[in-house]
Write a protein that binds this ligand. Structure first.
Ligand code: NIG
Ligand code: FE
Length: 401
């Protein structure tokens, strides 16, 4: 983490035009004195399922009594329970239920959010969720990246036909939703209670054909080997990773696939297995941290809490946690400042992303997304629990709060 003391930055047309020490700052039309406050890049929540209807507090109570997440899913609860609620909700209801969760994230300095589908599980239902995600991005001062997660679980229409379901997503839904510009990336829940490696590969091949980048819910409840597959497809990220191995960490770093840690899900599921943090650290590829906001495993709308849990539960340093919600989170979305320099191995989707506004760092040319904090040391960001030290948020050069 590079710290500029007595720093200043100049913005122009929504981007950072200059950054350095105040003493050598160029003249500007208008200046704002932040009186020595800490400034960080706008925070990035790179893994959420925040568009959903209803909640699953009842399942949480069952888990407290000893039921497992997998047991509840196998009995038709879990993701299918939220699917039923989302299918009957109108687009407006879905927007209205999701907006307060987004507002909670934004209040803590978040300026970019990834939102997954995955509770419609029909073409129309997935489209509805993705349109709501896009609408949130139009109504709020935030950059929204959408991810198609139709491969979240097998819906009743395809019961015992997971293979046909994947083929339908790959051959019909993904091309249709992509041509409606609703899909920035494709994700799959690769797990015993989700989809297997061959099914994930089928979906990834279709995404590659269209130039859409891929991601994976990988090694969350067991080791499936999904990470190795995802890295062969230049995945932007592999997420959860509690059961990933040191070999997986090496593959991730080689492929420049970002490991994304989701400590709120780990906490809410009462997880015992910790992701291989030391291996990620020694491979040097970075680690991102996100909320995983969803009604089942992680009903959380605080990225600062995710930072706190990443330090206390997973052993990240404060600097790693901050990088995890800024520059490494940006890379998990293909928005990293260094994304443009990935080179010839980068897939088409990454090249397309590189042309969009880059974020996650206070660097010349990056989006002028930044947060002014009421803290005296940057370690305070993952230290307070339930206290919000966010003073002011600037997105694309404009004060938004
Ligand atoms: O990231 N594991 C799969 N998907 C989500 C949970 C979704 C849900 O339970 O509704 C996750 O943990
Ligand atoms: Fe998730």
């Amino acid at each position: 983490m590079a710290v500029v003391e007595h720093g200043a930055l100049v913005t122009r047309a929504g981007s950072i035009d200059w950054i350095g020490e105040e003493a050598s700052a160029p003249a500007a039309d208008q200046t704002v004195d932040l009186a020595g406050a800490w400034v960080t890049p706008g925070l990035i929540d790179c893994h959420t399922h925040l568009v959903f209807a209803g909640n699953r507090a009842g399942e949480y109570a069952e888990r407290l009594q000893g039921a497992s997440y997998e047991d509840i899913a196998r009995l038709g609860g879990g993701i299918l329970s939220t699917m039923r609620a989302v299918r009957v909700a109108s687009e407006q209801q879905l927007f209205d239920e999701s907006a307060p969760r987004l507002e909670a994230l934004l209040a803590e300095g978040v300026t970019t959010v990834e939102i997954k589908s995955g509770y419609g599980l029909t073409l129309a239902g997935e489209a509805k969720m993705l349109r709501v995600a896009r609408a949130l991005g139009r109504e709020y001062p935030v950059t929204i990246k959408t991810t198609l997660l139709a491969a979240h679980t097998v819906p009743p229409e395809f019961s015992d036909r997971a293979h046909d379901y994947i083929a339908t997503i790959a051959d019909e839904w993904l091309p249709a939703l992509h041509s409606d510009s609703l899909v920035d990336a494709v994700d799959v829940f690769c797990e015993g209670i989700g989809f297997n490696i061959a099914q994930a590969e089928r979906l990834f091949a279709a995404a590659k054909e269209l130039g859409v980048p891929v991601k994976m819910h990988a090694e969350q409840l067991s080791r499936t080997g999904g990470t190795q597959l995802a890295t062969r497809f230049d995945a932007l990220s592999c997420d959860h990773l509690e059961y990933a191995t040191a070999e997986d960490a090496v593959a991730l770093a080689r492929a420049r696939t970002m490991p994304v840690l989701l400590p709120i899900a780990h906490y809410c599921l009462g997880g015992k297995q910790i992701p291989p943090i030391a291996a990620f650290r020694s491979c040097g590829g970075g680690m991102a941290v996100a909320t995983d906001c969803n009604p089942g495993s992680a009903p959380g709308t605080s990225l600062l809490l995710a930072m706190s849990m990443a330090t206390r539960l997973f052993g990240l340093t404060a600097a790693e946690a901050l990088a995890g919600v800024t520059r490494h989170a940006a890379r998990a979305l293909g928005l990293g400042v260094e994304t443009g320099a990935v080179g010839s191995s980068a897939q088409a989707g990454r090249a397309a992303n590189a042309r969009r506004a880059r974020c996650g760092e206070l660097a010349v040319g990056a989006a002028a997304d930044f947060v002014v904090w009421n803290v005296s040391a940057i370690e305070e960001l993952g230290y307070w629990i339930g206290f919000n030290p966010c003073r002011q948020v600037i997105r694309a050069g404009r004060v938004v709060s």
